[in-house]
Design a protein around this ligand. Structure first.
Ligand SMILES: Nc1ncnc2c1ncn2[C@@H]1O[C@H](COP(=O)(O)OP(=O)(O)O)[C@@H](O)[C@H]1O
Ligand SMILES: [Mg+2]
Length: 232
C-alpha cells in the first residue's frame, strides 16, 4: 500500500535519510524501530509531505506522492498521529475531534459516535479542554481524531511515549482491535515489547538507512541485532 524506495530527505542542507526503502502491506502492521535520532520521525514527516523528498520516491497505492501536499496526502487516506500529538489546548475534546476531521459521510466507518464507543473515556471528556487531559487521554484523542478521517493507512509515532504501563496496555488493546478490523498501520516505537507484540513486519532504521528487516518473531529471537541496533 505504501512503498518508499531509496528515499532521501532531511532538513535544509542536512540530509538525515540516506536511501531508505520499505513497504507497508495492506491489512498489516509495520513497525519502524531504531534508536533515538535514527531518522524514524523524519521518515514519517517525508511520507506526510512535511519534508521534501530530495531523491527516491514514495508511492501510495502505486502512485507517487513524493510531491503531493500534506492536505492532499491526508485526503488520499493517510492519517498521521505525530509524536507531539498536536492537541489544541484551548479547544474542547469535541472540537478537537470535529475540527480536523472532515465531516464524515453518513455511511463512513468512523463517525464521532463510533470513536466515542471505541474510546469511552473521550465521551466522558467531550466538553473538557484539550489542556485538561492526561497524557493517555491526549493520545486517545489524537488517535480518535485520526480515525475520524477514515484513513486507509494509519501512521503512529511513538504512541506510548511517556504513558503509564496501564495506559500503554489500553492503547495496545485498541491498536490490536484496529488491526483485527483490517486497518493498515505503520507504528514507530521505542517500546520494543509493545511494537513486536502488535506488528507483523519490522524494519530497523539506523543512521538514516534500513539495517534490518524481518518479522516480529524473528527480531524477538535475535538478541544480537536487538543489542546492536536498539540497545535492548
Ligand atoms: N527540525 C530539525 N532540524 C534539523 N535536524 C533535525 C530536525 N529534527 C530532527 N533532526 C535530526 O535528524 C535526525 C533524525 O531525527 P528523528 O527523525 O527525529 O529521529 P527519531 O525519530 O528516529 O528519534 C537526528 O540527528 C536529529 O537531530
Ligand atoms: Mg522520533
Amino acid at each position: 500500500m505504501l512503498e518508499l524506495s531509496a528515499l532521501e530527505t532531511g532538513y535544509g542542507e542536512t540530509r538525515v535519510i540516506h536511501g531508505l526503502s520499505l513497504e507497508a502491506q495492506a491489512g498489516r502492521m509495520l513497525a519502524i524501530l531504531g534508536r533515538n535520532g535514527a531518522g524514524k520521525t523524519t521518515t514519517l514527516k517525508a511520507v506526510m509531505g512535511l519534508l521534501p523528498v530530495t531523491s527516491g520516491d514514495i508511492r501510495f497505492d502505486g502512485h507517487s506522492i513524493a510531491k503531493t501536499k500534506p492536505y492532499d496526502i491526508a485526503r488520499l487516506g493517510v492519517a498521521y498521529v505525530p509524536e507531539t500529538r498536536d492537541i489544541f489546548p484551548s479547544l474542547t475534546v469535541k472540537e478537537n475531534l470535529t475540527l480536523a476531521g472532515r465531516t464524515a459521510p453518513a455511511n463512513a466507518e468512523w463517525t464521532l459516535d463510533r470513536v466515542i464507543d471505541f474510546f469511552p473515556r473521550l465521551g466522558e471528556r467531550l466538553s473538557n479542554g484539550g489542556n485538561q487531559l492526561s497524557g493517555g487521554e491526549q493520545q486517545m484523542l489524537a488517535i480518535g481524531r485520526a480515525l475520524l478521517m477514515n484513513p486507509r493507512l494509519l501512521i503512529l509515532d511513538e504512541p506510548t511515549e511517556g504513558l503509564a504501563p496501564i495506559i500503554v496496555r489500553q492503547i495496545h488493546d485498541k491498536l490490536a482491535a484496529l488491526k483485527e478490523a483490517g486497518l493498515t498501520m505503520i507504528l514507530v516505537e521505542q517500546n520494543f515489547g509493545f511494537a513486536t507484540s502488535l506488528a507483523d513486519e519490522v524494519i530497523i532504521v539506523g543512521r538514516g538507512k534500513s539495517v534490518w528487516t524481518g518479522s516480529s518473531d524473528a527480531i524477538r529471537a535475535d538478541s544480537e541485532t536487538q543489542h546492536k541496533w536498539l540497545g535492548v
